[in-house]
Design a binder for this molecule. Sequence first.
Ligand code: DP6
Length: 324
Amino acid sequence: MKATVKAHTNIALIKYWGKRDEALFLPTNNSLSVTLDKFYTITTVEFLPALQADEFYFNGELAEEKELMKISAFLDRVRANAKKPMYACVKSQNHVPTAAGFASSASGYAALAAASAKAIGLQLTDRELSQLARQGSGSASRSIFGGYVEWEKGSNADGSDCYAQQILDKDAWDLRILSVEVTTKAKKVLSREGMKRTVQTSPFFAGWLEAVEQDLIAIKEAINERDFTKLGQVVEANALKMHATTLGANPPFMYWQSATVEVMQEVQALREKGVEAYFTIDAGPNVKIVCRPEEEQVIHESLETLPVVQQIHHCRIGPGITYL
Ligand code: DP6
């Protein structure tokens, strides 16, 4: 009745931005990510008949009530699925620098889904685990798998055809991701709230949905052809389009800060000098840079000179979930 799982974070190259069903976490568009080797969550779940309620320890400390409630709501799905009304003790260790702007919810819910399913005795395929993890946080569906991963939006109302799957093994194409932490000022609009507001109010959202279809076709061609220039151009343009939708929302909002723009401009300046680097940005001010191994060092050296850059983390493409 006990299981421990390690799951890694991922970064979307084609963004998940918008839900067609909020309760089931069904997205409006397919997204595509790479799983990262550096940042992960390790979670142990133990179902115990003696417990009167769920318990949740995060990084060695008893978690706040609000966090416990989210975990309990997720475990309710697992219990219902297994038809075993038993409470659990959940212990989670996060090796994700939250300030780096990586969604720890992706690795967190991927690890929780796999550990809780195994601990309660459910035998789920990785595809089914991605559907379960999705219901904690959409991007978690992609963290079940390693390498290059696509999350299919599906069209069924019950989400039965909405799942993630690996499209290329991590060792098949060695790209590097630099996570550039910048100095921050503003409080962030959570991705969940941001995407909801955008879907409901932004006139640019329809344009996003149209464009993302083309971006997906182009990036899959780039991946098949191992065409880095093509991949980088699509990645950067897709992120810019996602962020453009937020400017049209009501009330409008923006994830970038001046430091974000400085890093974006430095990446563009590097390209003008012949160094191929491309950026992508999630629902926060930090910037992730996609590059080839041979250019990783020169990109690092150039970004280091910017006063707004606090830290640069180097990532490779990582594996899917592992049972410890
Ligand atoms: C901008 O997966 O955090 O990082 O499903 O509401 O939990 P919820 O959202 P979440 O959103 C991630 C949005 C993004 C793009 C992406 O990872 O694809």
